[in-house]
Design a protein around this ligand. Structure first.
Ligand code: UDP
Length: 329
């Protein structure tokens, strides 16, 4: 009998790649998504597989699935700063109530659960690069706090279920990730720049662009998560690419890659925007024998090819526009 895995956030960027990975490795996959930020088109190609079932459900409400479950991967959550400004309560609920429901389900089914945490638990870090042992510097009442604190609560309740109920749990702290199936208009920096390049608009760099991020290609991230699930490590593990770059240099890299005839315009910095971010991946290397393999330039080329296949309608859809005023200082 095939092993059964429940993946929440299945129609999202990472969730859809995880569904693909588990299906290709012979699992029966149950994908769940409320489709608020996810898109069914990301999993459309999986419906023809007899091993894929899709549940249109919000995991912040009681979750039930029939039959046995071997693994649960909880990836449902808005994941872009603009999304969590737009839907702050849902962001808090899915990280807290949603996680609680899925931990309860894992306990009832005797399943191992892996939860998607984030580098945002480190907030605007004053330790660089960020090690798992760092407790973070988060503003709990700032606009990003809804995401950061939900994910911190998620880690706390996951460890509590592990310690109190002996549940098999795993926690991945995901750093900035990019690749095919990111939502072009989700407001994150890479789809923002590529969208601007494809539309022939100026690039919007927030602040002076000296803030840094470290971008990991999605295939590398999925491999790291896969290894973590099957490891014995129940403490949080950073998965990300330590190749750090300033946002201004990143903009220039994408201008060069796309050949866009555009210039950079500087806008004010969003509240609590972390000044620097880079994962220390020594735990992932030691415990999972994992490190990223795809160089940024290669990953960016593959991502650009994906965005070029999108329709004009997708290219010009800007559902976050009216939130712009909220996020600037
Ligand atoms: N950013 C930018 N221009 C944009 C979108 C984002 O300069 O159009 C900056 C943003 O201020 C941040 C970085 O790019 O410093 C990464 O932002 P993103 O929203 O991708 O995610 P974050 O890492 O902040 O969660």
């Amino acid at each position: 009998m095939k092993k059964r895995v429940l993946i929440t956030g299945a129609a999202g960027f990472l969730g859809s790649h995880l569904c693909e990975r588990f299906l290709s490795d012979g699992y029966e996959v149950l994908g769940m998504d409320n489709l608020i930020t996810g898109d069914l088109r990301n999993v459309e190609h999986l419906f023809s597989s007899g091993d894929f079932t899709f549940y249109h459900h919000d995991v912040s409400n009681f979750v039930h699935v029939p039959g046995k479950l071997d693994y649960i991967l909880h990836f449902a959550s808005p994941a872009s700063p603009i999304d969590y400004l737009k839907i702050p309560i849902q962001t808090l609920k899915v990280g807290s109530l949603g996680t609680h429901n899925l931990l309860g389900l894992a306990k009832a089914k005797g399943a191992r659960i892996l939860v998607a945490s984030t580098s945002e638990v480190y907030g605007d870090p004053d330790i660089h690069p960020q090690k798992e042992t760092y407790w973070g510097n988060v503003n709990p009442i700032g606009p990003r706090g809804v995401y950061d604190e939900a994910k911190r609560f998620q880690e706390a309740i996951t460890m509590a279920y592990h310690r109190f109920h002996g549940l098999e749990t795993r926690i991945v702290r995901i750093f900035n990730t990019y690749g095919p199936r990111m939502r072009l208009n989700d407001g994150r920096v890479l789809p923002a720049f590529i969208g601007q390049a494809l539309r022939g608009e100026d690039f919007t760099v927030f602040g002076d662009g000296s803030q840094t991020r470290s971008f990991c290609y999605v295939d590398d991230l999925i491999e790291g998560i896969y290894r973590l699930l099957f490891s014995d490590h129940c403490e949080p593990v950073n998965i990300g690419n330590p190749d750090e770059i300033s946002i201004e240099a990143f903009a220039k890299e994408i201008i060069e890659l796309t050949g866009a005839q555009t210039k950079i315009t500087y806008k004010s910095l969003p509240h609590d925007d972390p000044k620097k971010r880079r994962p220390d991946i020594s735990v992932a290397k030691a415990v999972l024998d994992w490190e990223p393999k795809v160089p940024r330039y290669e990953g960016l080329k593959m991502t650009l090819e994906y965005f070029k296949t999108l329709s004009e309608e997708d290219l010009y859809k800007k559902d976050h526009k009216h939130f712009d005023n909220f996020i600037r200082r």
